[in-house]
Design a protein around this ligand. Structure first.
Ligand code: PMP
Length: 413
């Protein structure tokens, strides 16, 4: 387990919620921010901030250096080239950029096939489906055949030869880790677009080793600021792609007759970027690297195993996902007869425990959970407790106690 000192880095953990010590189990929605990131960000605003890439004055060049150092750090983290790291507002924007640009660039055409899965976050589902209606390509979805949304390798034994495979590396609902490398082997000629929003917070990805083409992720799910994320793409593909947003910074020459574009990565970064957000992302990565990603993963694994073992013993609780070692950091559940919003509300009000209730931006997956549910009524949503570096086994004990109490109050057997 990680040292207790880590908790000291997160001042918000000293807060009381309705008289109880806060238990923050909503990191899959967004993580808390360590003091170091906040202080470095404040320092950046106090001492260095100016617009980047344009002016020649000192503050501008300091800001530019800090921004480009962040790009370099992220490239190293991914084992990629700096020009391939594009800053966006987050995973959602990165995915919209990819889909729209594929269509504009003639990479994705009428009658082409795109393979997605039914466990995707809406960010990796809606853009593909929506633009298929406008542009006439086909979107096919892989259905998970395993336990409550568990994708199995054989589910990918499909007859189509997709041009694009768009897939998450980890479900934000069940926490299932998905073996991208093995799935890639099944579709060696497809363009692989990987949603790493849930996976990257506890794992270092080597994009070359994984042999993928695009990767998206968001800083706010890994201790960094919100409103900043990354699109990593293979240089040879990015160079063929039409920009998504047009404006300043992304151009080379502009006249009434002709517009030419800047080099990578700037041609995909129109307008003033989220300068402090980009700096903050590298501060968060620095913090995570100090802990070591492997230790982050091990800590979350220990918490998950403990939680799964204990919660699975509570009668009337339905737990989603594979419930084995491929499930990491997330516990999605329902209590028969109690709506997840009521559970989440009571956990907050009576115990200070923050969990998320809802469909978690994954309505297609909710329909799969519903089809296997043994609840009297499946509420089309779940309660989700998600764990990160600052959580402890004691907090999981509190959650278990609280779930049992909620059951008692609702008189659920
Ligand atoms: N994909 C997954 C798996 C996610 O968990 C999320 C965020 N919950 C997203 C995409 C979208 O990320 P963002 O809201 O940061 O754009």
């Amino acid at each position: 387990m990680l040292s207790k000192n880590i908790r000291d880095d997160f001042p918000v953990l000293e807060r009381k919620i309705n008289g109880n010590n806060i238990v923050y189990f909503d990191s899959a929605a967004s993580t808390l921010k360590p003091k170091m990131v906040i202080e470095k960000l404040s320092n950046f605003y106090l001492n260095n901030y100016a617009n980047v890439h344009r002016a020649v004055h000192t503050l501008a060049s300091e800001s530019t250096q800090i921004l480009e150092a962040s790009r370099k750090k992220i490239a190293k983290f991914l084992n990629a080239q700096e020009e391939e790291v594009i800053f966006t507002s987050g995973s959602t924007m990165s995915l919209n950029l990819v889909v729209e640009s594929f269509v504009r660039s003639g990479i994705l055409n009428k009658d082409d096939n795109v393979l997605v899965t039914m466990v995707e976050h809406h960010a990796n589902f809606v853009p593909w489906i929506r633009l298929s209606k406008l542009h006439g390509y086909n979107v096919l979805a892989v259905y998970p055949s395993g336990r409550f949304g568990e994708l199995k390798l054989e589910d990918f034994n499909v007859k189509v030869n997709p041009k694009i495979v768009a897939i998450t590396a980890q479900s934000n609902v069940t926490g299932q880790l998905i073996d991208i490398k093995k799935i890639r082997e099944k579709f060696p000629n497809a363009i692989f677009v990987v949603d790493g929003a849930q996976f990257l917070p506890h794992a270092q990805i080597d994009v070359k080793d994984l042999d993928i083409d695009f990767l998206v992720f968001s800083a706010h799910k890994m201790l960094g600021p919100s409103g900043i994320g990354v699109l990593w793409g293979k240089r040879e593909l990015l160079e063929k792609m039409e920009p998504f947003l047009y404006g300043g910074e992304m151009i080379d020459k502009v006249s009434l007759d002709e517009i030419t574009f800047n080099v990578l990565p700037f041609r995909f970064e129109a307008g003033t970027p989220n300068i402090a957000g980009i700096a903050g992302f590298s501060f968060a990565l620095e913090y995570l690297e100090r802990i070591e990603m492997k230790k982050v993963e091990n800590h979350i694994r220990r918490l998950t195993e403990y939680a799964l073992e204990k919660v699975s013993k509570i009668d009337g609780v339905e737990l989603y996902g594979p419930l084995n070692e491929s499930q990491l950091g997330i516990l999605s559940f329902n209590v028969n007869g109690v709506h997840p919003h009521d559970i989440a509300h009571l956990l907050d009000e009576k115990f200070g425990i923050a969990v998320r209730s809802g469909h978690h931006c994954a309505q297609p997956l909710m329909s799969i959970l519903k089809s296997q549910s043994k609840l009297d009524v499946f509420p089309n949503s779940t309660c989700r407790a998600s764990f990160y570096v600052y959580n402890t086994l004691d907090e999981i004990d509190k959650l278990i106690y609280a779930i049992k109490k909620v059951k008692e109050w609702f008189d659920v057997l």
